[in-house]
Design a binder for this molecule. Structure first.
Ligand code: C2E
Ligand code: CA
Ligand code: CA
Ligand code: CA
Length: 279
């Protein structure tokens, strides 16, 4: 009896089975998530080190799942990419961002930019520029207030000619950023061909930079190259004052990270912004 039980357990492999079941149910839930308005857009601010001003925010998706609670993007974005649903998430995030920009403008707020993350599959999608243009004109939002973030790896992996799509997006006047810079295999030389405005240096170069002179040297040279190409350079994931001091010393233009603020829902972001400006 004990032996049969052991065999059954070995064959059953609850880990893999549970993972498969979770994947399958997430997949069907994802369709509902968009229709039933379960996605949320969080905003994390960026600050200019020269002026001290808040210049914009990055939009980060969250899923308020009715049974599983809050899910971070890492739990469902890879799925959405594999199952072809990423486009719906991207469209939802873009629409949400553009609506917020329009609301801020109607309220007479000083303009900020909102940056939306775009996946590899979106870059390959030739219809993205037109979808974006339709949104911007529907809400009468200045395209320069919207930024798209693409990862270096995403750009390299996309089969289509990423430069053509980026140029088409650029032609609509939106701003483009290279995300997670320094983690991919693309070279600094490739960068000069990309029609981008901003370089976001990956957190791995920023973390503990105050305690590692070699990391500091790397950070400084990435900043130098980026600014040499005329790009705004942002340090991601700045968590404490020591890292901030280094990032500042290396000449970064903008900072983003838990030290400044965590990603927040729109309401919290608006009140945070109010108090940050009042300081
Ligand atoms: P990312 O684009 O590099 O976004 C930054 C991530 O770092 C966010 O995690 C953010 O919450 C986190 N972060 C910010 N400051 C700090 C810090 O000081 N310390 C640490 N340890 N982390 C910090 P999040 O929201 O979990 O997003 C993870 C990734 O999921 C994003 O990385 C992005 O690649 C992807 N993602 C998020 N939203 C979207 C989306 O709407 N569409 C697509 N395609 N991908 C998204
Ligand atoms: Ca990003
Ligand atoms: Ca990033
Ligand atoms: Ca990342």
């Amino acid at each position: 009896e004990a032996k049969r039980l052991r065999q059954a357990v070995a064959v059953y492999n609850p880990g893999a089975e549970a993972a498969r079941a979770l994947h399958l149910s997430l997949l069907s839930d994802l369709a509902a998530a968009i229709q039933q308005d379960q996605l949320r857009q969080f905003l994390q601010p960026k600050r200019c080190l020269k002026t001290g001003r808040i210049t914009g925010a990055e939009a980060l998706v969250r899923w308020q799942h009715p049974q599983r609670g809050w899910l971070p993007p890492g739990d469902f974005i890879p799925f959405a990419e594999r199952s072809g649903r990423i486009r719906q998430i991207t469209d939802w995030m873009l629409a949400r961002a553009v609506r917020t920009l329009a609301e801020w403008e109607a309220q007479g707020q000083e303009p900020l930019t909102i940056a939306v993350n775009i996946s590899t599959l979106d870059i390959q999608d030739q219809t993205l520029p037109a979808r974006l243009a339709a949104l911007l004109s529907e809400y009468r939002v200045d395209p320069a207030q919207l930024q798209l973030e693409v990862t270096e790896t995403g750009l390299m992996a996309s089969g289509a000619d990423p430069i053509a799509v980026l140029n088409a997006l650029k032609a609509w006047g939106v701003r483009l950023a290279i995300d997670d810079f320094g983690t991919g295999q693309s070279s600094l030389a490739y960068l000069q061909h990309l029609p981008v405005d901003e370089l976001k240096i990956d957190r791995s170069f920023v973390q503990d930079v105050d305690r590692d002179p070699r990391r500091q040297a790397l950070l400084k040279s990435i900043v130098g190259v980026g600014q040499g190409l005329g790009l705004t350079v942002t340090a991601e994931g700045v968590e404490n004052e020591a890292e901030l001091a280094c990032v500042r010393a290396c000449g970064c233009d903008l900072v983003q990270g838990y030290l400044l603020a965590r990603p927040m829902d729109l309401r919290d972001f608006e009140s945070w912004r109010g108090s940050a400006t009042a300081e």
